[in-house]
Design a protein around this ligand. Sequence first.
Ligand code: NAD
Length: 411
Amino acid sequence: MKSSEAAQFYFSRAADQLELKESMRRRLIIPRREIQVQVSFETDKGEVATYVGYRVQHNNARGPMKGGFRYHPQVDLDEIRSLAALMTLKTAVVNIPYGGAKGGIAVDPRTLSRTEKERITRKFIDQIHDVIGPDIDIPAPDMGTDAETMAWIMSQYNKYHGFNPGVVTGKPVEYYGIPGREEATGRGVGILTLKVLGRLGRKPQQSRVAIQGFGNVGSHAAKYLADAECKVVAVSDVSGAYYRAEGLDVMSAIRYSNQNKNSLAGYKEAEKIPGDQLLELDVDVLIPAALGGVINESNVDRIKAPIIIEAANEPVRPEADEILAKKGTLLLPDILANAGGVTVSYFEWAQNRQFYHWNLDRVRQELERVMSQAFESVWNLSRERKVSLRTAAFMVGIERVAKATALIGVA
Ligand code: NAD
C-alpha cells in the first residue's frame, strides 16, 4: 500500500462510521492544490544543481493551511500528499484553527553545505512565495530542516511581502520563535503516554518504555517520561539500540548524543543491541519516533508491547495496524500523539501576529490543556462507538473538517 493509500484507508474506515456522504468524501480527499517546482541553485563549487520541490495544500476549511517542509532524498508527491491530508486531520483533532499542508525537496541535506542549504531554501521560496503566507499556508520544520531553515524562509518571504514573522513557525527563539517549540512534540508524546497509562491503571514507576529514534521527538519524549519516573529501558538511533533493564540514565544519553554529533554511537552506559530488536522488546510501551512504516507485515507478529504511541508519522503500516488491533494492542495514533509540535506552532503564529510573548511555563501549560482536551474527545468517542483510537481520532478530525467545509458551501 502506498503512503496516500494508507491515509485513505484510515479515512474511509472512519468516514464509514460517520456515514459521510460520497460527495463530501471527495471534497475532503482531493487536495486543494498540488505544487511541483524546479529548484535550481548554485553550489559552493559554482555549478548549477537542480532538484524538485513540492507543496501540497490539502484543505483550508478551518483556517490557513499548516505543515512541515522536509528535505529528504525519498520525498515524493505521493508521500507529501498523504502527510498533507494527515495535517488537516491533526490540526482538527487538537482543534486549532488551521487546515493542512506539507512540502519538501527531494534532496539529501547531508550532501549540502550550510550555505548551499540556505541557497536552495531561498530559491524554493522564490518559486512558491505567492502561494504561502500567514493567512494562506504556514510552513514549519520537518525532517532535514530546522529553526535556521525557517529563519531563511521568513527572511526570503519578507523580501517579497514585507515584514511577516507569521509566515513560518519553528523559528529560532531569538528570531520571532517561541520558547518550548523545540521540545513540544516530544513533550506532547510524553503527556499523552502518561494519560494512556493512567486510563489503563498502570503506574509510571512500573512502566517500561522503549523509544525508537533519539532525535528531537524521541529525546524529548524520553526526558519527559524519565522525569515522570517511567523506566526508559531502551532508545535507538541510526547507530543502533541501547538497552538497560533497570532503566537508562536518559540525561546522560542526551548529553552524550549532543556531544557526539547527535549520535549514540559508542554510548557505554547501556548494552548495545541491534536497532530492529528495540521494536520487539518485551516492554509496556513502545514509542516509534523515527521513521514511517517501521512496524509492518514482516515484524508485527514479534511486537510484544501492549501499548504503542505513534510519535513518528505513519510508523505502523495499515496491514500491521489490523493485526495489532486483533491482538488487543492499544495504539495512540500519530494525528493525536505527535500533535504537540503543531500546537505550539500555533501559539508561535498567534503571538507573531499580536507581537506578544508567552514564557515557557505558559507555553507548557497551554500545550497540556490542548493535548488533554484532544485526548479526552478521542478516548471517549473510542469507548462510546467501540472503535480503535485511530478510527476515533480520524472521526473527530473528519467531522470537524466536514462541518466547516459544508458551512463554506461551493459558491
Ligand atoms: P530527527 O531527525 O530529529 O530525529 C530522527 C531520529 O531517528 C534520529 O535520532 C535518527 O538517528 C533516528 N533514526 C533514523 N533512522 C533510524 C532507524 N532506522 N532506526 C532507529 N533510529 C533511526 O527527527 P524528529 O524531528 O525527531 O522526527 C521524528 C519523527 O517524528 C518523524 O517521523 C517526523 O515526521 C515526526 N514528527 C516530528 C515532529 C517535530 O516537531 N519534530 C512533529 C510531528 C511528527
